[in-house]
Ligand binder design. Structure first.
Ligand SMILES: *[C@@H]1O[C@H](CO)[C@@H](O)[C@H](O)[C@H]1NC(C)=O
Length: 354
């Protein structure tokens, strides 16, 4: 008995001591990141036509990439090849573009596109053309938001963290006193299921924004304050890009609750962060009581831990111009770096010999 008490005492002491739990899936994140930041090289093909991207995340990514120290003019030193094309490029033009790369340069054939990547928000759709099949199946798709079902291949594709105005963020999360805390916050448009919206508006345990917030800056500070007082932030996972704001709310210590009817594969930084330990995933269709049942099962200790993980991960969601270490751009570069092993080295060797 005594040893059991000692054990649980030690356990709780060690939990207290773990002041900053790691939000990373990899126990050697820092080492990998440092290796990436000094080594990664990316070659960008010259676009056939001028390229522009509609979403802020995509255009920032593109600009950051071209200006970045990862960028190289020597394809023979590159780990990755970037194929720039505008989102309105037709399937036929895209096929022609890949065919040209394939026939005129040696790089595509070496891996059939596996060390190539491209930016496309709608994602590339299946087509029978061989060039498109290889682009879709082998090359890494980087998109600015959730793409239509079937246009995302989870072992290789990447979702960019969304861009938000971070200028008014307080630099660190200050936990709100227990008396001021509410169960949940739901921003305008974060949940669209009409029944659930109605229930949320009527529920005193949730703060639900039923109309769009007035323009910044006045409202922003309130917004951060509200998030800081809320234990959970609710999002309905669906076609819209709103769910991606989970990266923004974790900064304030609001634990994302993702309501979904299907498995979620395309959260930003999915293969970097421990989303399973930072967010709560709830099956849709069970109404507000269903959501609350799940939330009540989260005890205070786990809640604090989730908030800390979120706060520790927050820097990875911030876009800077120019990019800063560990920010959104560099973390996406790190995601590319993680994918360098999918390259078919055997084929590359054959090429070197011939
Ligand atoms: C790449 O392979 C294809 C055959 O699949 C060939 O037609 C093409 O010429 C090769 N590209 C180069 C640059 O040799």
């Amino acid at each position: 008995m005594a040893s059991l008490i000692t054990f649980s005492l030690l356990l709780s002491l060690s939990l207290l001591a773990a002041a900053s739990p790691s939000p990373y899936l990899s126990p050697i994140f820092s080492r990998n990141y440092n290796a990436m930041s000094t080594t990664l090289k990316i070659f960008t093909y010259i676009p056939f036509k001028p390229v522009s991207f509609p979403s802020p995340a995509e255009s920032l990514f593109y600009k950051s990439l071209l200006d970045s120290p990862y960028s190289t003019h020597e394809p023979d030193h590159a780990h990755f090849f970037f194929i720039p094309f505008s989102p309105d490029t037709s399937t036929r033009s895209l096929a022609r573009l890949i065919r040209t790369l394939r026939s005129e340069l040696p790089y595509w054939n070496r891996t059939l596109g596996a060390d190539h990547f491209f930016l496309s928000s709608p994602g590339v759709r299946y087509a029978s053309d061989r060039n498109i099949v290889e682009l879709k199946k082998n090359a890494i798709q980087v998109s600015g938001g959730p793409v239509p079902v079937g246009n995302f291949i989870s072992h290789k594709d990447i979702t960019l963290p969304p861009v938000f105005d971070s200028s008014e963020f307080s630099s660190s999360w200050i936990p709100a006193p227990a008396t001021e805390r509410v169960l949940g916050f739901v921003g305008y448009g974060w949940v669209r299921d009409r029944v659930l919206v109605k229930e949320l508006i009527e529920d005193p345990e949730f703060f639900m924004e039923s109309e769009p917030p007035p323009p910044p800056p006045s409202e922003r500070r309130n917004y951060g304050e509200r998030l800081g007082k809320s234990d959970f932030c609710l999002f309905e996972y669906g076609g819209g890009g709103v769910v991606l704001r989970i990266g923004e709310v974790v900064r304030y210590g609001c634990v994302p609750v993702v309501i979904s009817d299907r498995p979620i594969q395309d959260l930003p930084l999915m293969d970097v962060l421990r989303w399973q330990d930072m967010a709560v995933f709830v099956n849709g269709g069970k109404g507000i009581e269903g959501v609350k049942r799940v939330l009540r099962r989260v005890d205070e200790e786990s809640l604090v831990k989730m908030k800390r993980l979120g706060a520790a991960a927050a820097q990875h969601f911030v876009w800077n111009s120019p990019p800063q270490p560990l920010d959104a751009f560099n973390t996406v570069a790190y995601q590319l770096w993680l994918r360098r092993h999918t390259i078919r080295y055997a084929e590359r060797k054959e090429w070197a010999q011939s």
